[in-house]
Design a protein around this ligand. Structure first.
Ligand SMILES: C[S@@+](CC[C@H](N)C(=O)[O-])C[C@H]1O[C@@H](n2cnc3c(N)ncnc32)[C@H](O)[C@@H]1O
Length: 347
């Protein structure tokens, strides 16, 4: 197979010319390596190519592009293209790559994304689909759009964590594998024979993992997004846990049904969990432990959040003990996601 090797900055322009002159070999894939793009071409005279493209280039012969892809590592690709491909997340059979610009309109970026996708699928044979983030998480359901990049066109992820399996449509429900450390931490925090309320439960990862590790505990798992709620119900069956009660609805309305019920309360809605301190107090037994997730300014995030929790306690005549805090993940240039565990003392 013959390839034309050119600097990446010329890629878009040269591909158009090769296509226009019917030189592009459509039976093979273009690929990217270091600062060059390689386009497969038909067997034509080099002088002819020189005449039509008019920029510095060389031609190379390779047995097939797969052998080159094998030699590439993700580290090479991401190191050379930090400006284009920022990060990736693995959700079992689906990989989600994070590309800075719109890959559907920029041919050059699209070819890089496809190459990265092929390398990902080679390195992780379980990955059958690669998609790219197409915007930020937004709205009350905390979901986002995706572009299809490569592999099987499928958006149903099958993800395993802490001996549990979760099936869900990545376009319709929130899910983050980056919270796996937190879920493992909470499995250790929760005790056997306790009552747990998981607010903002999504497709059920906190609830089901805690339930599986503590079969004698009872978990109430509340979710507002119908799609996420239905996936949670399926995941409860899939994992054969009998001690999770899924509840469809708004925590603001459901809380009163769980008055003084919980020994542990999980609040994984960092964007607005601080608006639900009343509900945490309502569902809490005396000495209940709350794990609350919050976004905040890097510099004074703990102080601001702790002050607000304490102010709420004073106003409502209960006491709090701050037990633990940590940064869960960086969120933006100025903000981190943190978790604070605090105890509610009612008497
Ligand atoms: C950041 S996601 C966390 C989902 C899940 N706990 C996880 O870790 O994968 C927050 C979830 O809260 C749900 N939600 C938002 N407001 C809610 C409310 N008032 N009552 C119940 N659920 C709510 C959203 O639909 C979303 O699924």
């Amino acid at each position: 197979m013959k390839y034309i090797k050119i600097k990446s900055k010329y890629a878009e322009r040269i591909k158009k010319i090769l296509l226009k002159h019917n030189i592009f070999n459509k039976n093979a894939n273009a690929f990217h390596k270091e600062e060059y793009v390689y386009f497969p071409i038909l067997n034509v005279d080099k002088q002819y190519i020189k005449k039509i493209i008019n920029i510095p280039f060389s031609t190379v012969s390779k047995q097939n592009s797969n052998s080159i892809i094998k030699k590439l590592t993700l580290r090479n690709i991401f190191k050379n293209d930090k400006d284009v491909i920022k990060s990736y997340d693995l959700l079992g059979n689906i990989a989600i790559i994070n590309i800075r610009k719109n890959i559907t309109t920029k041919m050059y970026l699209k070819s890089k994304a496809i190459l990265a996708a092929k390398v990902l699928m080679k390195i992780h044979p379980n990955i059958k689909t690669v998609i790219s983030k197409a915007g930020a998480i937004s709205g009350i359901y905390r979901i986002r759009n995706f572009y299809y990049v490569a592999g099987k066109k499928n958006y149903i992820a099958e993800y395993r964590e802490n001996n549990c399996i979760f099936k869900f449509d990545v376009r319709k429900s929130f899910f983050s594998s980056r919270l796996s450390y937190e879920r493992t931490r909470l499995i250790k925090l929760v005790k056997d024979n306790s009552n747990v309320v998981v607010m903002f439960a999504g497709v059920g990862p906190f609830s089901i993992e805690i339930a599986k590790a503590h079969p004698s505990s009872k978990i109430v798992s509340i979710e507002l997004n119908k799609n996420a709620y239905l996936a949670m119900c399926d995941n409860i069956k899939l994992n054969k846990v009998k001690n999770v009660k899924p509840v469809f609805g708004n925590v603001k309305k459901i809380a009163k049904n769980c008055k003084n019920f919980a020994d542990f309360i999980v609040m994984p809605l960092p964007k607005s969990s601080m608006n639900f301190l009343d509900e945490a107090y309502i569902v809490a037994k005396n000495k209940a432990i709350v794990s609350i997730y919050v976004f905040g300014q890097k510099e004074h995030i703990y102080n601001d959040t702790i002050k607000e929790i304490q102010k709420h306690a004073e106003k409502n005549k209960y006491k709090t003990n701050i037990l633990f805090n940590r940064i869960v993940r960086p969120y933006s240039k100025d903000e981190d996601e943190i978790v604070i565990d605090y105890e509610i003392i009612k008497q």
